[in-house]
Design a protein around this ligand. Structure first.
Ligand code: SF4
Length: 75
């Protein structure tokens, strides 16, 4: 089971590209100009926390998935 889950409120993305600049491993700008994560279930957070912290409209959320399946929101 993945250790982290990313939730992106895409409808609120302002298309500034900060996440893709800071974390190109997992964030891309789509043809409509809005960002999307390549993967939403991760074993390793990598640069995703930096992207979430830098998002100016705070629409990238990260949940840690515990062994019992419960989730804790990190951001
Ligand atoms: S940093 Fe936030 S607002 Fe900017 S492109 Fe990424 S998700 Fe959208």
């Amino acid at each position: 089971m993945a250790k982290y889950r990313i939730v992106h409120e895409r409808e609120s993305c302002i298309a500034d590209g900060v996440c893709a600049s800071l974390c190109p491993d997992n964030w891309v700008i789509e043809d409509d100009g809005l960002a999307s994560p390549l993967k939403t279930e991760l074993d390793d957070l990598g640069c995703n926390m930096e992207a979430a912290q830098a998002c100016p409209v705070n629409i990238i959320h990260i949940y840690e998935i515990k062994e019992d399946g419960s989730e804790v929101q990190l951001i």
